[in-house]
Write a protein that binds this ligand. Structure first.
Ligand code: ADP
Ligand code: MG
Length: 602
């Protein structure tokens, strides 16, 4: 066996480099962070062959003295920490003085730098960690660094590099993150002589985001804001632009882009019930947090951080995103449902709509005759042939048989009817709206129950004949653990010996539900929710409410009375989020009148 030796420093650095330098993009990240740390506000990047051939970064930052420039390439050299105390308070995140040493050990570097107002600058060349040339040199103020022939001396690592395009994609991601974190600096990115991005300085984050990600995200996103122990701002995409893949999910903590499960989970949960489970929200989120409360040195490339209080961060992010989302959805709903406000005036719709009347007759007023009738789907020729009559004082369904007269407040009249025992057709005057009755009922029930649970005022109903359920041993365990929890939702359940339980009391909205099926589903939810570290109660709560709302709601295929139809639409109007059911499926499909006009060649 060989004698034990201590590895020479070049080898040690090469090993360390394995952690810092994974690919060209990781080099770019370190170089750009150094430029930003040196207070540069104009940074130009020139990349050749996806960075495999070379990466050049030119900044107008502070520059370095000759001595500093030389030391900078030694391992553990940094100008950014000088004492153990500083370590606690590294505002600019994670200086370990490792990057330049690591990069230089696996590539060829040429650095030119000059401090402002000095007469001359300095140039140094390093290959595989060894200085091959250094000299005084003319140079612009700031620093220019060229890193080329990455992994020239570690062929094994070189083999792991992917195609030029893949590496370029990573480069662009890195560039995007850093440019987003620093909107007040100007950036240019060039690839093989072609300009990919030129980003002017801006104070407007939205403008920077638009320049980097394009209009779709900025045009369909809402602002996030939170001001507490943690400051949060940024933008998140509306549910309608949620995607199957995580396209734009950018987290910037104290100006550094990181990935972080806690934050991603909090955003996802804020979107709970507004997007389907298999889709991801898009967001660019910025956190400012006391640097004492995070550890940035948990990842060699500083791609992750650890928060001293995860729950605090989770809650803050969730609240910030959720309130932004709710505002945005309310605003959108207000725009789409202008007549959903209680102030809705009868005359308003009389002047423009069709009224389904008894005998399948349709009464039409002047204004509507031109568009709505012919636009609508299946009105008979007979109807079209009828002379236009002025609208009558009372509404058709008030007169028709079997209509419940309790639904009668003048201001809230609107038209709605059911088709195929599944869909409700109504209008807001600008579009024909087709509502999925089950999804709508679910949404209404979900929001009602949620409110009731939060206020601890769940409307309950005692069962005259208690309902008996049989459970298997696993289900029993889950139920035993959750009998108290279920009380908050209006359930009174008791053990009945063996595997049997009796349900004595349920939330009133569930009186039509299949309790057996519901119980099984609830237990699955309760079992799945166990062991989730994030806000366990809230999550279970949401899931239970979603399940209950689903079971208590009218189904597709249920015939509804006119009163039920009207109440459903009326209650949907009052929902915070009338556009998607708690599972994230859409509720309303709209055909704008303009679309009908187009199709009918008007
Ligand atoms: P760290 O950034 O953790 O301090 P690096 O190895 O990335 O370690 O850089 C070492 C030092 O080199 C920095 O602390 C800084 O003083 C100096 N430096 C690196 N790049 C630049 C630059 N573009 N402009 C000015 N100084 C720089
Ligand atoms: Mg650095």
């Amino acid at each position: 066996m060989n004698k034990v030796i201590i590895l020479p420093p070049e080898i040690i650095n090469q090993i360390a480099a394995g952690e810092v330098v994974e690919r060209p993009a990781s080099i770019l990240k370190e170089l750009l962070e150094n430029s930003v740390d040196a207070n540069a506000d104009d940074v130009k990047i020139f990349v050749e062959n996806g960075g495999i051939k070379s990466i050049k970064v030119v900044d107008n930052g502070s520059g370095m003295s000759a001595e500093d420039a030389e030391i900078a390439f030694l391992p553990h050299s940094t100008s950014k920490i000088s004492s153990a105390e500083d370590l606690e308070n590294i505002l600019t995140l994670g200086f370990r003085g490792e990057a330049l040493a690591s990069i230089s050990s696996v590539s060829k570097i040429n650095l030119k730098t000059k401090i402002k107002n000095r007469l001359s600058g300095f140039e140094i060349k390093i290959e595989g960690g060894k200085i091959v040339k250094k000299q005084e040199a003319g140079s612009a103020e700031g620093t220019q660094i060229i890193v080329s022939e990455i992994f020239f001396n570690t062929p094994a690592r070189r083999k792991f590099l992917k195609s030029e395009n893949t590496e370029l994609r990573h480069i662009i991601n890195t560039f995007t993150n850093i440019a987003l974190a620093n909107p007040e600096a100007r950036f240019e990115l060039w690839h093989n002589g072609r300009n990919l991005f030129t980003l002017p300085k801006t104070r407007d984050l939205r403008e920077r985001i638009r320049n980097l990600t394009g209009g779709n995200f900025t045009d369909n996103s809402f602002k996030i804001n939170y001001d507490g122990i943690i400051k949060i701002n940024g933008y998140a995409g509306l549910p309608k632009i949620a995607t199957k893949r995580k396209i734009t999910q950018i987290i910037i903590v104290n100006k550094r882009a990181i990935s972080n499960q806690t934050i991603s989970a909090a955003v996802k949960e804020a979107f709970y019930s507004t997007i389907p489970h298999n889709l991801y929200p898009q967001f660019v989120i910025f956190l400012e947090i006391d640097s004492k409360k995070i550890d940035v040195n948990v990842h060699p490339r500083k791609l992750e951080v650890r928060f001293s209080n995860q729950q605090e961060v989770f809650n803050a992010v969730k609240i910030a995103v959720k309130s932004g989302l709710e505002n945005a959805l309310r605003k959108e709903a207000g725009e789409r449902f202008p007549d959903f406000s209680p102030k809705f005036r009868l005359n308003n719709f009389r002047s423009q709509k069709i009224f389904p009347a008894k005998n399948n007759d349709y009464k039409i007023d002047n204004a509507v005759s031109k568009t709505a009738v012919k636009d609508s789907m299946s009105f008979s020729k007979e109807v079209l042939d009828k002379p236009v009559k002025p609208a009558q004082e009372s509404l058709p369904w008030e007169e028709s048989e079997g209509t419940d007269k309790t639904f009668e407040t003048d201001e809230e009249h609107f038209q709605a009817f059911q088709l195929l025992n599944s869909y409700i057709i109504t209008t807001n005057g600008r579009a024909i709206q087709i509502i999925d009755q089950h999804a709508a009922a679910e949404r209404v029930a979900y929001e009602k129950l949620k409110r009731e649970v939060e206020e601890k005022k769940v409307e309950i109903q005692s069962l005259l004949i208690p309902f008996e359920i049989e459970l298997n041993p696993q289900e029993r365990l889950i139920l035993d653990e959750n009998i108290e929890v279920l009380k908050n939702f209006g359930f009174e359940i008791e053990e009945f010996g063996g595997n049997s339980y009796v349900v004595r009391q349920i939330p009133v909205d569930l009186k039509k539900a299949d309790l057996n099926l519901l119980a099984k589903e609830l237990l699955v939810e309760l079992a799945n929710s166990a062991g989730n570290e994030h806000n366990i109660c809230q999550e279970i709560k949401e899931k239970i409410i979603t399940t209950l709302a689903c079971h208590g709601s009218v189904r597709v295929g249920d015939k509804l009375s006119q009163l039920e139809i009207m109440n459903l639409v009326k209650n949907l109007k009052k929902c915070d989020q009338p556009y998607s059911c708690p599972h994230g499926r859409p509720i309303i499909f709209e055909i704008p009148l303009s679309e009908l006009e187009r199709r009918f060649g008007r």
